[in-house]
Write a protein that binds this ligand. Structure first.
Ligand code: CDP
Ligand code: CDP
Length: 219
């Protein structure tokens, strides 16, 4: 059962989705996919061409031409890359081009995937869906600390404003907006460090799987 298990981890920016999803995947022996990288790499390709990330035709072409090695680029994070990712992510043709890639990845051996629409669109039938949140202040603090650690000088209020704008763009777009699936389990990590969030998430995953196992299979 664990072999084909898909776990969806969604939530707003800097909530700790990636850190949590990676640890869950390692603990459960599942592959991990950071789906934000697909949108980041698409946005980066558009910027590299000197084009506007709002240009739907160019962005769709960039998404269709994406290759696995594009996800390993070192320049996919930072304010410009963050916003370019969110802007191309609002374009339906971009999302369509990236959908099958994500489904293929998860179907093959099961997986933990993190993003915005994994539980609502990519794997709506995933047995386990976590929606990870933290207060906007705490998320801004976490992203700011990450920038500090990378030696990037940043203003905390500026980081907070960028996160707020990006979350608003992600939550208000018509296609695959950021929102919890109806059957998502909510995990507020505002007062939890990464270790405590992982322990709680693992408990939630186990409870959910035990609960599903206890339901008799349909005749
Ligand atoms: O993927 P997402 O943007 O949601 O967040 P992330 O990149 O996994 O994590 C953002 C930062 O928050 C990382 O530096 C984590 O160490 C830290 N953090 C966390 O992931 N979980 C907590 N409960 C607390 C802090
Ligand atoms: O790590 P962080 O939460 O800051 O961002 P990310 O997960 O790397 O995603 C970057 C951007 O890609 C988001 O702001 C979304 O606009 C988009 N995205 C999406 O639309 N759907 C996904 N499944 C994953 C990311």
């Amino acid at each position: 059962m664990i072999g084909a298990l898909v776990i969806a981890v969604d939530g707003p920016a800097a909530a700790g989705k990636g850190t949590l999803a990676r640890r869950l995947a390692a603990a459960l022996g599942l592959p991990y996919l950071d789906t934000g990288l697909l949108y980041r790499a698409t946005g980066r390709r558009v910027l590299d061409r000197g084009a506007d990330p709002h240009d739907a035709a160019i962005a769709a072409e960039a998404a269709a031409a994406l290759r696995p090695e594009d996800l390993d680029r070192g320049d996919l994070r930072g304010p410009a890359a963050d916003m370019a990712a969110s802007t191309v992510a609002a374009i339906p043709a971009v999302r369509a081009a990236l959908l099958e890639w994500q489904r293929e990845f998860g179907r093959r051996h099961g997986a933990v995937l993190d993003g915005r629409d994994i539980g609502t669109v990519v794997f709506p039938a995933a047995p386990v869906k976590l929606f990870v949140t933290a207060s906007p202040e705490e998320r801004a603090r976490r992203r700011w600390l990450e920038l500090q650690a990378r030696g990037v000088a940043a203003d905390q209020a500026q980081v907070a404003a960028e996160i707020r704008d990006r979350d608003a763009q992600d939550a208000n777009r018509p296609v695959a907006p950021l929102k919890p699936a109806e059957d998502a389990l909510l995990l507020d990590t505002t007062a939890l460090d990464a270790e405590a969030a992982f322990a709680r998430a693992l408990e939630m995953v186990r409870d959910r799987l035990n609960f599903l196992d206890a339901i008799p299979a349909e005749a």
